[in-house]
Design a protein around this ligand. Sequence first.
Ligand SMILES: [Zn+2]
Ligand SMILES: [Zn+2]
Length: 161
Amino acid sequence: MTSTSCYQCHAETEITIINFADGEADSLRLRLKDFPLRECPAGHRQFVRPDFAAELLYHLTEEDEPELPAGKEKGLILKKYLCQSCGEALEPKPDHRHTFSIEVRLEDLDPFGVDLSMPVYKCSACEKEQLHSLKEVRKLTPAAMAHAFEAANIPPPPGVL
Ligand SMILES: [Zn+2]
Ligand SMILES: [Zn+2]
């Protein structure tokens, strides 16, 4: 058995690109686009490599999400969100949902897309639209990503629950 053998039937797998797979967690919708995976002749699917999910999660939460416009969270119990640019309070209600498209480049793979769709809030003073906070989107990303993997029929690698 090599690293590219199917975990379930041990046949050789090949890289396949799927059009998209969607996952949701609370207010975050995540879509994987032109997404690479491995598939065996029997149609069993797995990640392109065992640590792929961890790599992608790290890339999204550490590199891509910090680039998104997001307010600052204040207060432990009664949370307030302050504008990233001018520090005034954000409007209490979201303005609309915005989709942020990210191109992900991971070693040895063609770039693929991840869309993150979340409500955006306008600043009450300068009107800049932004997410509530980076902390919030980071917290929701693992579950939304796991649901997208489920939608793509990729089970967790053996030994991982
Ligand atoms: Zn198989
Ligand atoms: Zn502002």
